[in-house]
Design a protein around this ligand. Structure first.
Ligand code: 5GP
Length: 214
């Protein structure tokens, strides 16, 4: 019996660094021989320089996104900073049963929808260390116009106020530490009864056999 994979939902304000943290942890997990998957979302936003379709996102027209909603192809979707974003069912379904861990990099609204559908999903919120640092990161990546950056910063406050809905909180001050923190969350999740069942059942069975015999 394979232990089921875990679904990790990682949310943070734009520029909070969650994608880098997730990728760091996934690399460690792959080295340990774990099957892991980063869910590639669909979005109606335009690609930023360097972003690749099918790798960073599936970039689609609004009409295509709407049709996918009508066809119930999304596990969750939300409007974020004026664009539509969604996790398609095929990014997640099937993988968890096979024992693959799936990481979602989605906003607070999406996190809420996924948790309603899958209560065992683990929700992690990543904080930027300060407003100055968040602005510095958003400006440094040179990917968004000034008004887009200001909109993202205003939305950051709204999103951060929702942190208490999450299971774990990480402050992304130093990247290495933040990666360690998320790795610890992943390690702890493996100690939940649902993940330990395959390992503990033989122990229980051996006790039962021995005591029945005795
Ligand atoms: P960005 O445009 O900076 O790539 O992402 C903007 C925000 O949309 C981020 O907070 C990101 O986590 C969120 N986001 C990305 N993909 C999804 C998704 O599939 N669903 C939801 N609800 N939010 C998403």
């Amino acid at each position: 019996m394979v232990a089921p994979g875990e679904l990790f939902i990682v949310s943070s304000p734009s520029g909070g660094g969650k994608t880098t943290i997730i990728r760091g942890v996934m690399e460690d997990l792959r080295r340990q021989g774990r099957d892991v998957h980063f869910s590639v979302s669909h979005t109606t936003r335009s690609p930023r320089p360097g972003e690749r379709d099918g790798v960073d996102y599936y970039f689609v027209e609004r009409s295509v996104f709407r049709r996918m909603i009508e066809n119930h192809e999304f596990l969750e979707f939300a409007e974020v900073h004026g664009n539509l974003y969604g996790t398609s069912r095929r990014e997640v379904e099937g993988r968890l049963e096979r024992g693959c861990d799936v990481f979602l990099d989605i906003d607070v609204q999406g996190a809420r929808q996924v948790r309603a559908f899958l209560p065992t999903a683990i929700k992690v919120f990543v904080f930027p260390p300060s407003l100055t640092e968040l602005r510095r990161r958003l400006v440094a990546r040179r990917q968004d116009a000034a008004d887009t950056i200001e909109l993202r910063i205003r939305n950051a406050l709204k999103e951060m106020r929702e942190y208490a809905e999450f299971d774990y909180v990480i402050i992304n001050d130093r990247l290495e530490q933040a990666i360690c923190d998320l790795a610890q969350v992943v390690a702890t999740s493996r100690l939940r009864p649902r993940s330990m069942q395959a390992s503990v059942q033989p122990i229980i069975d051996s006790f039962a056999r021995a005591l029945e015999e005795g």
